[in-house]
Design a protein around this ligand. Structure first.
Ligand code: ADP
Ligand code: MG
Length: 388
């Protein structure tokens, strides 16, 4: 789960990480009022995406009137950044925050190193909006330090990173503390990423987190009911949100063949087979082991309402999951939304005959397949035919 910068800063502040003061504004008038209290300020679009500075989502205002003018234009605009994709994201709220006098910008983050089963600190003395370019062209300027989740963070981790990043001696002690607090928050809240870019050295010689990005591991959310209120549904992919409500393992991809499968391994094999026949899956979708008719129908609705899906391929190997239950879910979803794209169905396993009977008697124009290869082949052919 992602959260907004203003929320991330609030959380970081509670963990002793220095953040500038700021006020959230939903309207231009609110931005005006906030700016009256702050003085010279920065208006920052709150969307779940970075690259706002370059995209026009971070603007300076000297006076409250100017703040109002900027907020007026920013709220409601579709902000396109390098990270949003061409369709951009609509700005619903802005953060009005003090304008800081910056001496130097650093990059600092903590994330999970899956391959080494540990946390990793990533830092750079060349932080700011060009960090992607720095990491591409000058990887030697990116510092990494592994932190064991068993031994935890130690000050020497921080001193090592500070030295390599070129943190001035006078700020090193504060830096080591900030980093320690980031790791503490990471572990406490089951984050998958805490990123401060830029962490700045201000003209009056202090470290301050001017930007903040925090992502949580979705699998850890069950342990943190307090984080649920930070969720902003407006910012989430509606398909992935619906999938989360039904406990479906769903990931949106870039192709045009919508897949509905039971079991993560079979879902991977299905995607591989589609690729082998020259097609491209629109998603990964694993119904899971204990599914219900409602879950099947919800999963199909996600695929049927996705404009990128031109063909649907259902691949079920019934073990605990029964094929007749799947078939009833298919009939129910098609009855509700109408079957507008070719649907290839491969059913095998428990209650397969009952499942096939339900589909045959439904009168739906379903293309049956005898095995995975046959189903993938038919799906790819249908997709090629400009199925829609
Ligand atoms: P993004 O990463 O989405 O582009 P940032 O919050 O990092 O957004 O802002 C981009 C740049 O704008 C920063 O690198 C910094 O130079 C400048 N900036 C952001 N907030 C402030 C602020 N409060 N005071 C001064 N400069 C700021
Ligand atoms: Mg930033």
């Amino acid at each position: 789960m992602k959260i907004h910068e203003y929320q991330a800063k609030e959380l970081m502040g509670a963990y002793g990480i220095p953040v500038p003061s700021g006020t959230l504004a939903l309207t231009a008038d609110e931005a005006y009022e906030a700016a009256k209290n702050i003085g010279p300020c920065v208006i920052k679009a709150q969307i779940h995406s970075g690259g706002r500075g370059k995209g026009g989502g971070v603007k300076f205002a000297k006076t409250p009137e100017e703040a109002r003018e900027i907020a007026e234009k920013m709220i409601g605009m579709t902000l396109v950044t390098k990270q949003t994709g061409a369709e951009g994201k609509v700005v619903h709220k802005v953060l009005v925050t003090e304008a800081n006098d910056i001496k130097k910008e650093y990059y600092l983050s903590v994330t999970v190193d899956n391959a080494n089963a540990c946390l990793v600190i990533i830092g750079s003395g060349e932080g700011g909006t060009e960090i992607e370019e720095v990491s591409e062209k000058h990887p030697e300027l990116i510092v990494t330090e592994k932190v064991s989740v068993y031994q935890g963070y130690h000050a020497y981790n921080g001193y090592e990173v500070a030295r390599k990043m070129g943190i001035p001696a006078a700020l090193t002690k504060d830096f080591v503390k900030i980093l320690g607090n980031m790791v503490r928050m990471m572990m406490d809240k089951d984050c998958s990423l805490i990123e401060i870019n830029p962490l700045v050295e201000t003209a009056d010689g202090k470290l301050l987190a001017l930007d903040a990005k925090v992502n949580f591991d979705d699998s850890g959310l069950v342990r943190h009911p307090e984080l649920e209120e930070l969720r902003d549904i407006d910012e989430e992919d509606p398909k992935e949100y619906k999938a989360s409500l039904y406990d479906l393992n769903y990931i949106s991809l870039f192709g045009n063949i919508g897949c509905l499968v039971n079991g993560a391994g079979l879902a991977m094999a299905t995607m591989d087979t589609i690729n082998k026949f020259g097609g491209s899956p629109a998603n990964f979708l694993d119904l899971g082991g204990s599914t219900t008719e409602d879950k099947v129908a919800a999963a199909l609705e996600i695929l049927m309402t996705d404009p990128h899906v031109e063909v649907i391929m259902i691949n079920i190997f019934g073990g605990i999951v029964k094929c007749d239950l799947i078939a009833s879910g298919i009939v129910s979803a098609c009855g509700k939304l109408g079957l507008k794209v070719p649907m290839i169905v491969r059913l095998e396993g428990t209650n397969v005959d009952a499942g096939k009977k339900i589909l045959a008697e439904s009168g739906l124009n379903i293309i049956p397949a005898k095995d995975l290869a046959d189903a993938a082949h038919k799906a790819v052919e249908a997709a090629k035919g400009g199925a829609k």
